[in-house]
Design a protein around this ligand. Structure first.
Ligand SMILES: Nc1nc2c(ncn2[C@@H]2O[C@H](COP(=O)(O)OP(=O)(O)OP(=O)(O)O)[C@@H](O)[C@H]2O)c(=O)[nH]1
Ligand SMILES: [Mg+2]
Length: 305
């Protein structure tokens, strides 16, 4: 199965729900003020958010007048064009060869941090890299075991301490072990934390400082995992985590489970942090680099790939 097909399958819920409504709205109508208003409402209902929807509509009006379009059904390809343009270029994750790279993975409870680390471990292992995972979630009893299951599947080592320990100590040990073993990539899992719990957020700051201190220049990515089905709440998660650690990218998970894909646009328009990876399922191969063009096509193209 090709990538586009898999992505379209992953986005099937969002695609069906949105496209059926979009087509019902635009097909057979003339483009006028009330159509724009209803379209804006539809975008807002699909998690695009008020700010991003307004910008999209402004862009759409401009294209419509430039191209002298009058029929509603032309709006769909125009929207696809606008969405892929506004989402910009893909932002790839790049590793430095021949030295230790560290990814710190953070986010609120249950968004898919551990699963995404498992998927990343498998992906990079298949690329021939030496991978290690650090079980920085010492909070939840079963967290380390969950990581170990993924790691075993991928054939990579996990550094873990007893539950209740200090995550910074786990990370400290993992960094030293990774150095000694010539590891290319260390993936650091962390406990799910609510962004309004100050002490847990401070702990995250500490983990980051340990990495910067023990392995200067190794911290390649600080990835915030966000569940696509949380809607506009995702925006405040990005904002709050970015205040504690300098986020380099977002992993947007569970896009397969949401009937709304609009959060991708809301994040893009309202936050500085790029979406780098998307999760469209629970299998190891269901974590993908985020490609705006492909995403726009999978969501809006009339041709199912
Ligand atoms: N459908 C779908 N499920 C996902 C995806 N990513 C993760 N999940 C599921 O989401 C659930 C939670 O995933 P975890 O990886 O345990 O999340 P977590 O952020 O580590 O959770 P805590 O450690 O408890 O904070 C699991 O059942 C995963 O299989 C995805 O892209 N799509
Ligand atoms: Mg976890």
């Amino acid at each position: 199965m090709g990538f586009m097909q898999k992505l379209a399958d992953g986005l099937a819920k969002a695609r069906e729900k949105f496209l059926v409504k979009l087509d019902a709205l635009i097909v057979g109508r003339k483009i006028d003020e009330s159509l724009y208003e209803e379209l804006e409402e539809l975008l807002i209902l699909n998690d695009v958010g008020v700010t991003a929807s307004a910008r999209l509509l402004k862009h759409l009006r401009k294209l419509v007048s430039e191209r002298k379009v009058q029929e509603g059904h032309f709006l769909r390809p125009l929207l696809q064009e606008i969405v892929s343009e506004r989402l910009g270029k893909p932002e790839a994750i790049e590793l430095q060869q021949g030295r230790l790279n560290v990814f710190l993975v953070v986010g609120v409870n249950g968004v898919g941090k551990t699963t995404s680390i498992g998927k990343l471990a498998q992906y990079y292992r298949e690329q021939g890299l030496k991978i290690m995972c650090a079980a920085g979630d010492t909070f939840r009893a079963a967290a380390a075991q969950q990581l170990e299951i993924w790691a075993e599947r991928a054939g990579v080592q996990v550094i873990a301490h007893a539950a209740g320990g200090d995550p910074a100590a786990v990370v400290y040990d993992a960094l030293h072990s990774a150095r000694a073993k010539g590891i290319d990539l260390l993936l650091v899992d962390t406990a799910g934390r609510l962004h309004n719990k100050t002490n847990l957020m401070q702990e995250l700051g500490k983990v980051r400082r340990i990495i910067e201190r023990e392995a200067p220049d190794a911290l390649r990515e600080i990835l915030l995992v966000v569940d696509a089905s949380t809607g506009q709440n995702a925006l405040s998660q990005v904002r709050e985590f970015a205040e504690i650690v300098p986020l380099t990218g977002i992993i947007l998970t569970k896009l397969d489970g949401t009937a709304k894909g609009g959060i991708v646009l809301a994040i893009r328009e309202e936050q500085q942090v790029p979406i780098k990876l998307i999760g469209v399922g629970e299998k190891a191969s269901d974590l993908r680099p985020f490609d705006p063009q492909e995403f726009a096509a999978a969501l809006l193209s009339s041709k199912t790939p």
